[in-house]
Design a protein. Structure first.
Length: 241
């Protein structure tokens, strides 16, 4: 990948994170920040990055500490170009926001008052996405393997209009501390690392994480989901009927 393409990728992400707090927490040694030298190398040699630019162009900060799932879903829906509801302050333009993506249909999956207290589970990500014209495949890590995850996620990230959302335990990769949700944007096979566009941008920057590490962080029980394991969701546009 040329230096021009690397510079452009950094510029696009820079536009997206301009409003984020720069006072983020230090990263553990097993993670590499996107804007570091190693992070740029991983992006330059990445094998699958079709998701990067659509997501970077729609990069959000979660509006509350419980809204990581909401922000991730909104990013993916806007990146897919799914027909969006109106936003009064943007009339006549339409886009998904962390407010209008939630409605009576999503309340049947996860009431907003519950979401505000405890966030979202892996299965609830799939349920909320199912209210939109998309195809969402929920994969619990306990029912998968690191190799299967790598192959599926790499395949999706290498195709236009295909996205991956991961649900993982932060402390399992050395971060602070609980369950979290964010989309993946790229994969570098040489380093065997995935790029997470962390929606808690006030807390951590986008990071490159080893496949084994992120899979182990997904393969953790979630008490809010009957102790089922966390995992990942594959998302693409629904097939035309």
């Amino acid at each position: 990948m040329s230096k021009l393409h690397i510079a452009w990728a950094t510029f696009v992400l820079g536009l997206s994170v301009a409003g984020a707090n720069a006072d983020t927490l230090p990263l553990p040694q097993n993670l590499s920040g996107f804007s570091t030298h190693d992070g740029e190398v991983y992006f330059a040699e990445s094998d699958a990055r079709e998701a990067y630019f659509p997501l970077a162009s729609n990069f959000l900060t979660q509006k509350t500490q419980a809204y990581c799932g909401v922000a991730s879903i909104v990013m993916v829906l806007n990146a897919l170009g799914v027909p969006a509801p109106p936003v009064p302050e943007y009339t006549p333009y339409r886009t998904f926001t962390q407010d209008n993506v939630l409605n009576e249909q999503t309340d049947a999956v996860l009431p907003r008052e519950v979401l505000a207290r405890q966030g979202m589970t892996l299965d609830q990500i799939g349920g909320i996405l199912a209210t939109q014209p998309v195809k969402a495949e929920v994969h619990h890590a306990a029912d998968s393997s690191a190799d299967e995850f790598r192959q599926l996620a790499m395949s999706y990230l290498g195709q236009p209009g295909h996205f991956v959302i991961v649900n993982y335990l932060r402390k399992a990769i050395g971060e602070e501390i609980g369950g979290h949700i964010s989309p993946l944007a790229a994969y570098d096979g040489k380093a065997d690392r995935f790029l997470i566009l962390d929606v808690a941008r006030y807390k951590y920057p986008p990071v490159w994480v080893k496949t084994a590490d992120i899979f182990a962080a997904m393969n953790t029980p979630d008490a809010a989901n009957d102790n089922k394991s966390r995992g990942f969701v594959l998302v693409t546009a629904a097939p035309v009927q």
